[in-house]
Design a protein around this ligand. Structure first.
Ligand code: SAM
Length: 249
């Protein structure tokens, strides 16, 4: 049987396509792309002539079965999305799952990923972190999700659309407080790349004052909530101990 290669493509700067990705995209029988027209530009830039087929959220389950059959018959296939790493807030989950269930070898070809790029340059604790994908688009749902994240002690990240950035930051300020530090990573690897960290009240004012900051693609990196004080932890532990003791004969 063939292999399914899960190939990361650039998030802006085309030089971020790795030599191995280039080789794999040239060698496979077929490239399954989120949007073949979008990816045609990348293929043209690198002179890759491999046939492409569309594999996106709306056809992935049916398409997946057909692609699995081709791989069972011996073809290698590469999965790509419009930008960055497939399956990271991008299609590919169903295809990868179907391939694995069929016993097909799935091999990652790692490369650009906006959340990892932002985290690597944020200077916030990164030994543990959480990725929350896109927050809900409407204010009510977004605020609800933010409240659930209020006490998250790890650094956490979200993707945001440019036209929602300011609303999102204002909701963050309201729910997480004016002093919580957030880093805005915008247009990573591109000409107008900007990384700017500030407490939320300052960041909101900074973005509101400059329409340029409300354009392009962005990642928000949010500093985690302070860990509970040591005596709070032990108070909690004593409470649990009380409960356990009450259960003992
Ligand atoms: N699969 C991609 C990855 O590996 O990062 C993410 C795809 S998701 C549909 C697109 C979102 O990723 C954008 O809305 C933005 O939040 C983030 N993103 C992608 N490219 C970016 C860039 N160059 N700079 C900042 N954020 C970016």
């Amino acid at each position: 049987a063939g292999t399914l290669f899960v190939v990361a493509t650039p998030i802006g700067n085309l030089q971020d396509l790795t030599p191995r990705a280039l080789q794999v995209l040239r060698d496979v029988s077929l490239i399954a792309a989120e949007d073949t027209r979008h990816s045609a530009r990348l293929m043209q830039h690198f002179g890759i002539a491999t046939p492409m087929t569309a594999c996106h959220d709306h056809n992935e389950r049916d398409k997946g079965q057909r692609l699995v059959e081709r791989m069972l018959a011996g073809d290698d296939i590469a999965l790509i999305s419009d930008a960055g790493t497939p399956l990271i807030s991008d299609p590919g989950f169903h295809l990868v799952r179907q391939a694995r269930e069929a016993g097909i070898k799935v091999s990652p070809v790692p490369g650009a990923c906006a959340l990892i790029a932002a985290l690597s340059a944020a200077g916030m604790p990164s030994d543990r972190f959480a990725f929350e994908g896109f927050l809900p688009a409407k204010a009510h749902g977004r605020q609800q999700r933010l409240r659930a994240l209020l006490e998250e002690p790890r650094t956490w990240l979200v993707y945001e659309a440019p036209h929602r950035l300011l609303d999102c930051l204002r909701d963050m300020q309201q729910v997480l407080g004016a002093q919580r530090r957030v880093l805005l990573a915008r247009e990573l690897t591109k000409t107008f790349e900007t990384l700017h960290a500030a407490p939320l009240d300052e960041l909101v004012a900074w973005v509101a004052a400059d329409a340029d900051q409300q354009r392009g693609e962005c990642v928000l990196v949010v500093e985690g909530a302070p860990e509970p004080e040591a005596d709070e932890v032990s108070a909690q532990a004593l409470h649990v101990l009380d409960l356990l003791l009450a259960e003992l004969p």
